[in-house]
Write a protein that binds this ligand. Structure first.
Ligand SMILES: [Zn+2]
Length: 274
């Protein structure tokens, strides 16, 4: 069994605000290093769950921001990490028909979600709205890969369950507001995650596959596209927006990320004024 773990950071227990990898203050350095520890702890819990369920191969895709957040030193030794974005063929390297199951960690809800942690980004695929985690599930579905388990805040796991009923879920926090949470203690959250992943993988035949009909019609704020290969359709939309995939000859990734971070902050601030 080969398991692909897709991990985002906003939905991790204990995380209540954006990370800021750029602003040079002690506060940011300390906050971000704590977030990285919390993030890696939840990924490791998922890896342990996968191994307990019999996985022979576990890949971890760091999917947040620069895609280089998890602490490789602290990562479970049996789980190679896929890091970075620049020059990669697409956002989900090594995700294909050979993957037996996917796991989503740290999901945040889509843009405009009330009572969700740091809600941002939404796509429409074949008329169905989804956020970043949902899009990953749809790409998995395009390869017939089921999603065995998902963690994140309550809003995010509810949205995933509505999109494809049946994954084992580990909701690790409730968001009162985009920047205010009631969170599980990290060890409790990790215990829940490990159990959900192990259980989901042990019951793989009942895990949902988000199958949508070809050709895929994708809309997102940068434009729209259509095609039979969902990963390529999304990749072309992202590239049109200046995302650093496939080529070295792009705007520095740092400024792209900053632009996206500021846009997401502005959107959340507009939707949820203080
Ligand atoms: Zn993220």
């Amino acid at each position: 069994m080969k398991v692909y773990i897709w991990a985002d950071m906003e939905g991790v227990a204990g995380v209540a605000d954006w990370d800021d990898p750029v602003t040079d203050t002690y506060f940011n350095a300390e906050t971000r290093s704590r977030m990285r520890e919390l993030f890696t702890g939840e990924i490791n819990a998922a890896v342990k769950g996968a191994l307990a369920a019999g996985a022979q191969t576990v890949l971890v895709r760091d999917a947040h921001g620069f895609a280089n957040n998890l602490s490789v030193e602290e990562l479970h030794p049996e789980a190679p990490a896929i890091l970075g974005r620049k020059g990669l063929p697409n956002p989900w390297p090594d995700l294909d028909e050979t993957v037996s199951a996917a796991v989503i960690i740290g999901a945040h809800p889509m843009a405009g979600t009330p009572h969700g942690i740091l809600p941002h980004t939404s796509y429409e695929v074949n008329g169905r709205r989804m956020g970043d985690a949902g899009l990953f599930a749809a790409v998995c579905g395009s390869y017939d890969v089921p999603v065995a388990a998902a963690s994140g805040d309550h809003a995010a796991v509810d949205q995933l369950s509505a999109l494809m009923p049946g994954p084992r879920v580990a909701p690790v926090k409730h968001a009162y507001y985009p920047y205010a949470i009631r969170t599980l203690q990290p060890f409790k959250a990790r215990h829940l995650i490990k159990s959900a992943v192990e259980d989901g993988l042990r019951n793989l035949p009942s895990a949902p596959v988000l199958r949508l009909d070809r050709p895929y019609k994708v809309k997102f704020h940068a434009g729209e596209g259509e095609g039979d290969d969902l990963a390529s359709v999304v990749l072309n939309l992202l590239k049109a927006r200046g995302a650093p995939y496939g080529s070295q000859d792009v705007e520095p990734e740092r400024s792209i990320y900053l632009r996206r971070l500021r846009a997401a902050q502005r959107a959340a601030d507009r939707d949820y004024p203080e």
